[in-house]
Design a protein around this ligand. Structure first.
Ligand code: BTN
Length: 253
């Protein structure tokens, strides 16, 4: 089902995959890089990973999906990646809206999906950055608070190949789920134990974070929360999740 293409270095596997979306010969292609010089995450933030430390890859799904289901793909990816990491480490993975994976309260993986829409069909690439082997020099993460987690903290012998193999197996198992976007959202909510979870959010245009109680995922991927006695929809593009770390610091997640 998958064709793996390895690169020692590239700018960004997502950028490399974008022009391949929709080409029949690239369905199921997985671009994997040891190092990215311009890896990026959500909100245009840089995604930094020292060479060889992380699984940096973009997986082009074998089949297009319904354009109306696009919003659910990052949640689907998170579920599959959580399966993979839990099976390899035996540790519980926490899913945090919109699409972060945490272990022991620290981020171990991020997801940024790309797509090309042709009418009612969308061709999708699932970009994943998974911190696998803790590098000797972690100075590049000095600004990242709380510090990122690496899977080798949990399972010292783990390799990037282990994570890639388990992730692609989980994608393959879960491919049929992509036909049911509402089902993906319900599965994600259950896995994240979302209902009742407090989220500290910085909504664009506001300088003051709010603490809201998460309730569910709406049918466009936004987070439905209770805040100040009313129900609100927090759109994917319009807010950042802040993670509390320690006593009084507010940290962008
Ligand atoms: C996030 O948490 O903000 C998402 C991070 C996604 C990073 C991955 S690494 C592989 C792929 N290529 C990129 O440039 N970004 C994604």
């Amino acid at each position: 089902m998958w064709t793996i293409r390895n690169f020692a270095q590239t700018r960004s596997t997502n950028d490399d995959a974008a022009p391949l979306l929709g080409a029949a010969e690239h369905a199921g292609t997985v671009l994997v890089a040891d190092y990215q010089t311009a890896g990026h995450g959500r909100h245009d933030r840089a995604w930094v990973a020292p060479p060889g430390s992380s699984l940096l890859c973009t997986t082009i799904l074998p089949e297009p999906i319904a354009t109306s289901a696009l919003w659910a793909v990052p949640f689907w990816t998170g579920l599959a990646l959580a399966d993979a990491i839990e099976s390899l480490t035996g540790h519980r993975v926490t899913l945090q809206w919109p699409n972060d994976l945490l272990v022991r309260g620290a981020k171990c993986a991020g997801i940024l999906c790309i797509s090309r829409v042709i009418g009612t069909r969308a061709f999708v690439g699932c970009g994943t950055g998974v911190n696998v082997v803790r590098p000797d020099d972690t100075s590049v993460f000095a600004e990242v608070l709380p510090a990122p987690a690496f899977l080798s903290d949990l399972e010292p012998r783990i390799t990037r190949d282990d994570v890639r193999v388990a992730m692609l197996a989980a994608y393959a198992r879960r491919l049929p789920d992509l036909a049911d976007s509402a089902g993906i959202a319900r599965a994600w909510e259950a896995r994240a134990e979302l209902d009742g979870t407090p989220y500290r959010l910085l909504v664009d245009g506001s300088s003051e974070p709010i603490v809201a109680i998460a309730r569910e995922i709406a049918s466009d991927g936004s987070l439905i929360v209770d805040h100040d006695g009313r129900r609100r929809h927090i759109a994917l593009a319009d807010a950042r999740v802040l993670r509390e770390f320690g006593f009084d610091s507010i940290i962008e997640g």
